[in-house]
Ligand binder design. Structure first.
Ligand SMILES: [Zn+2]
Length: 318
């Protein structure tokens, strides 16, 4: 059974452009760095400054979960400026942490062969199911409409000169080939393709505590700091960790000005708007404070969002 978790790169310019494509091909990539955690890539690519590429999904090598980074029919350039950028879904396999690349080449040393093979197998199996699902969804022929990045360049002249993912499979001695992959996808399509999709919005609801008048504590303090830094002072009491009349008035004013339902209750929509709101004061000190508050808002999310925890402990793709 395949698990797809929506983890859209909402800060990435290609996500923000939201350009529709007609899906005619699927392209399989691998990341080219020994980093099995999809969350690391999600973090690094979810920035306005990350403009060199974008893909539709990463497959985590530890658990095989597909992290969907773009809606499937939105444009994400992953094939070096070619036709495929406008007509194909790109999916990245995360690679094992038990390999170490040699300089800027596509060669690597293997640190633990059995463990690296296990990582490769996890992503392969999920990729077969995912591509079966995508072929069914977009009415594609698995034997003709699936390329690797390597094939897109070498066989079709349609992509930048990369060797993924075959360089990874070959050096590990997995026995996997693209022909074999296409056949496995075709076989999977004849069986039952079961997919569980976790929508991003549902997760966001769990990220923030719902706060209203009478609430007390650290979360209220965080809310008040956010309100103050965004230009909505919480009245005479200030930042006291107590959701009283002043805080309630600030919340209502914020909700009205941000076209939210002015119910004076801080739920997911208000939290999200607050965390993303610009700092109206604009001076350097407040900017620093707001950044600090944003970080603690992230920490708040981390309590229930496993992926965020991985972001903070991961490394390797900088
Ligand atoms: Zn590639």
């Amino acid at each position: 059974m395949l698990t797809i978790k929506e983890a859209f790169l909402t800060e990435n310019i290609y996500y923000q452009r939201a350009e529709k494509i007609t899906v005619e091909k699927l392209v399989l990539h691998s990341v080219g760095v020994g980093q099995p955690n999809a969350a690391v890539f999600l973090k690094n690519w979810n920035k306005p400054t990350y403009t060199r590429a974008c893909v539709h999904a990463f497959i985590d090598a530890n658990n095989g979960v597909v992290y969907q980074t773009m809606p499937w029919d939105w444009r994400a350039p992953h094939a070096g400026g070619s036709w495929l950028n406008n007509n194909a879904i790109g999916v990245e396999l995360c690679e094992s942490s038990y390999i170490k690349y040699i300089g800027q080449t596509d060669r690597f040393n293997i640190i633990n062969h059995a463990a690296a093979l296990a990582h490769a197998k996890v992503t392969y199996m999920s990729a077969v199911e995912l591509f079966a699902y995508l072929c069914l969804r977009f009415n594609l022929n698995p034997l003709e409409d699936i390329y690797s990045h390597n094939e897109a360049h070498d066989d079709h002249g349609l992509a930048s000169d990369h060797s993924d993912p075959e360089h990874y499979w070959d050096q590990l001695g997995t026995g996997y080939t693209m022909d074999g992959f296409r056949k496995d996808v075709a076989n999977a399509m004849n069986g039952e393709v079961t997919v569980t999709v976790t929508e991003q919005k549902k997760e966001e609801k769990e990220m923030y505590p719902t706060l209203k008048r009478g609430a007390r504590g650290k979360d209220v303090m965080l809310l008040q700091k956010l309100l103050e830094a965004t230009g909505y002072p919480c009245g005479k009491a200030g930042i006291d960790g107590d959701f009283g009349a002043g805080t309630e008035a600030a919340v209502e004013k914020f909700q009205i000005e941000y076209s939210l339902t002015p119910d004076k209750i801080v739920g997911p929509a208000t939290w999200t708007a607050l965390v993303n709101a610009p700092n109206k004061a604009g001076d350097a000190k407040l900017q620093t404070e707001l950044t600090a508050v944003r970080t603690s808002a992230d920490m708040l999310c981390a309590r229930v969002e496993e992926a965020v925890k991985i972001f903070r402990t991961g490394n390797g793709n900088e």
